[in-house]
Design a protein around this ligand. Structure first.
Ligand code: ASP
Ligand code: MG
Length: 424
């Protein structure tokens, strides 16, 4: 049994859906649980619907119609028979959403968000499932909300592993006796009161990992528009190269430092059951991609680079020049947590504590104001944070050359630099 995940880009139009279905056909005879995201940029478009509705910003019905037209066009290209039941199924989702938009919002923003944004995955999976069927591959469309149970933390729901395990054993495992392919939604889950939840943006990788874990899959595959996991974002680094294999540990570290290729929560469930993860290109499915699994180390280790722009370095000192010690630190951390600011890098000396964070234009001014009540604050904006995992001196020299280093930190495997473009 394998678990596949197809992201939004792999099903963004009719041609892409056909391509994804070709990939599935290539695994004929195998048991596959296929997790699919919303098509293309549908999640963003549905977020706009939610904002129009909740904040009465624009016309939510009009915004929803755009989402509807986009899917309608894809369906018209895929299904020549206008009597195919998929047209009705998809239409019903939109009709229900329109009804909801007719009412005044009764619940919290996050609740409303999840009920509307989840449409993207429900619809994409209906379309792919129907097209697969039309191509002669019988499959079952599974409503993930019946088996992937969560709490009711809307927009960031926590998985109830025990309940989900039980439901997957009862409702998913037996289905594989009847069909080879199950199609289901990424990113969303259900509560015990039958409401829809979401697991956080880009959460479909995580959904696939949950299923791989619960079903003891032999492997999980993520199909992407890149050849695999690269050692840097090619937008920032022209010599980016594909990594043939990396360890779970490296994958977690790369995600932690900000590499966006795999959702950070994805690796742990796989590592716990030693399930390999293959990241492969949906444009070149026969190519090798990247294998993520236990204890692989290619020697010499290939450096990976993570670049973050728009950083701010905040230096915090006591007003009376006393030491910044534990009692101060716990107050400072509480302020960061209270303002929802994630620390990217920190360093302390006797009288000051320096922190590098993303320069969020809402959170940071408020945080600085709060800190200024008790501390002397200095800060520098427009900085870059470069992280190199498996660094060598020459790699450091290459990426820091021509830049001013404001702060640096090295551990055995990872070097980090807060940098500013030097003024010439
Ligand atoms: N469609 C969701 C999003 O764009 C989930 C995902 O793509 O993984 O955030
Ligand atoms: Mg998506």
């Amino acid at each position: 049994m394998k678990v596949f995940k197809f992201g939004g880009a792999s099903v963004k139009d009719a041609t892409s859906v056909k391509n994804a279905v070709e990939i599935l056909k290539g695994f004929k005879g195998e048991k596959l649980l296929v997790v699919i995201s919303a098509m293309g940029k549908t999640t963003n478009a549905l977020e706009k619907v939610v904002n129009d509705y909740f904040f009465s910003k624009g016309n939510a019905h009009t915004s929803l119609k755009e989402v509807r037209d986009y899917h309608q066009q894809i369906m018209e290209e895929l299904f020549s028979e206008k009597t195919n039941p998929v047209f009705d199924k998809v239409n019903n989702f939109f009709v229900e959403a329109d009804w909801m938009l007719d009412e005044k919002p009764q619940h919290t923003y996050s609740f409303v968000y999840d009920q509307i944004v989840s449409l993207g995955e429900l619809i994409s999976t209906c379309i792919v499932s129907a097209y697969l069927e039309q191509q002669g591959c019988s499959n079952i469309w599974l409503d993930v909300r019946d088996v992937l149970m969560t709490d009711n933390t809307y927009r960031e729901a926590k998985v109830d592993w025990q309940k989900s395990e039980m439901l997957v054993q009862k409702q998913v495992v037996p289905v594989f006796n009847r069909v080879d392919v199950i199609i289901t939604q990424g990113f969303i889950g259900g509560t015990s009161e039958n409401y829809t939840t979401t697991l956080g943006r880009e959460g479909s990788d995580y959904t696939a990992a949950i299923f791989a874990y619960l079903l003891d899959a032999e492997a999980m595959y993520i199909w992407k528009d890149v050849p695999g996991v690269l050692n840097a974002d090619p937008k920032f680094y022209k010599d980016a190269q594909k990594l043939d294999q990396i360890s779970y540990h490296d994958a977690i570290e790369l995600a932690y430092y900000g590499a966006t290729v795999i959702h950070p929560k994805t690796i742990k469930p796989l590592e716990n059951k030693n399930i390999p993860l293959y990241v492969k290109s949906f444009l070149k499915p026969e190519a090798n991609g990247t294998a993520i699994r236990t204890n692989v180390q290619t020697k010499p280790l290939i450096p990976s680079y993570i670049f973050k722009n728009n950083q701010v370095l905040i230096s915090i000192a006591a007003k009376d020049f006393s030491f910044i010690a534990e009692d101060n630190l716990s107050r400072i951390f509480a302020l960061f947590a209270g303002h929802g600011v994630k620390i990217n890098l920190m360093q302390n000396s006797a009288i000051s504590f320096s922190v590098c964070v993303d320069n969020d234009s809402f959170k940071i001014p408020a945080l600085i104001e709060a800190l200024q009540k008790d501390y002397k604050i200095r800060y520098n904006e427009d900085l870059m944070l470069y992280t190199i995992r498996h660094y060598y001196q020459n790699t450091i020299d290459a990426i820091t050359s021509g830049k001013e280093i404001l702060l640096e930190q090295r551990s055995r495997n990872t070097a980090q630099f807060v940098l500013r473009e030097s003024v010439k």
